[in-house]
Design a protein. Structure first.
Length: 256
């Protein structure tokens, strides 16, 4: 059973950072997202910082301030050297994790580097998790690094599959790991993959317990607004998993 939309973006004004890869033409209002949730019979969800706003989490925080913290949380984006006080303020505002968007050749943070190590230690101290968006071929090589981190790691958008099932680089790497205890997968955004991600679900569910999965709408489907619907993969997820344990562990949410 799926109770929460664990990946959506909310913004009421467009203020892109310099160099943003894509800027939508329409706002994504909180009231619109809540209406989608109500129609889908969901209990709440998670607002994820949208890429074109960079590290300015102000609109995310404004939206969270109007919501029930028992049913809604946030995932922010910060610099690797974010100040401890700023990270604490995010945590106190309902942010339960940070997102690393590492697609398109972005540099992969090295946990052995002092700045990154300090950030990971702070995430652990605040009980926060890390969410990673990375294409499957690069994720395959980075996965052992992520699996060794002392915080939960959410693999975004099913790991952005690049191959037809049953072959998939990052899932092959997942299978080869000696331990997978801190890894979670977000079932979302099939249109962002190069191949249909649905056939990979069987294999993922054989490698990870059912309580390591959450679902996300990826609303408002930036770059793919014309082809995507709010309930993408919801039916598949609802038939296969129960998200209660995962949303509790990652976002500290519970159904009303």
């Amino acid at each position: 059973m799926i109770r929460f939309d664990c990946h959506a973006h909310v913004y009421d004004h467009l203020a892109p950072v310099t160099g943003a890869r894509y800027v939508p033409s329409e706002k994504a209002l909180l009231t619109q997202w809540l209406a989608h949730q109500e129609k889908a019979g969901l209990s709440g969800g998670v607002i994820v910082q949208v890429s074109f706003l960079g590290t300015d989490n102000s609109q995310l925080l404004q939206a969270l301030s109007a919501l029930d913290r028992r049913r809604f949380a946030g995932v922010a984006v910060t610099a690797l050297d974010v100040d401890e006080a700023d990270l604490q303020a995010l945590a106190e505002s309902g942010v339960t994790g940070l997102r690393w968007n590492l697609v398109a050749g972005a540099t992969l943070p090295d946990p052995a580097e002092p700045t990154v190590a300090r950030l990971i230690a702070r995430l652990r101290a605040f009980g926060m998790h890390l969410e990673v968006q990375l294409e499957s071929p690069r994720l395959a090589g980075y996965l052992p690094v992520l699996a060794a981190l002392p915080v939960p790691v959410v693999i975004d958008h099913l790991g952005l599959p690049r191959a037809e099932a049953p072959v998939e680089p990052w899932i092959d790497a997942l299978e080869a790991l000696p331990a997978r205890d801190g890894l979670y997968v977000k079932i979302s955004a099939p249109y962002r993959a190069s191949s249909d991600p649905r056939p990979h679900l069987d294999r993922l569910l054989a490698l990870l317990p059912g309580d390591r999965f959450v679902w996300g709408s990826d609303w408002p489907h930036t770059r793919h607004e014309a082809q995507a619907g709010y309930d993408g993969l919801l039916t598949e997820a609802a038939a296969r998993i129960d998200d209660a344990a995962a949303v509790g562990a990652l976002y500290r949410l519970g159904a009303a």
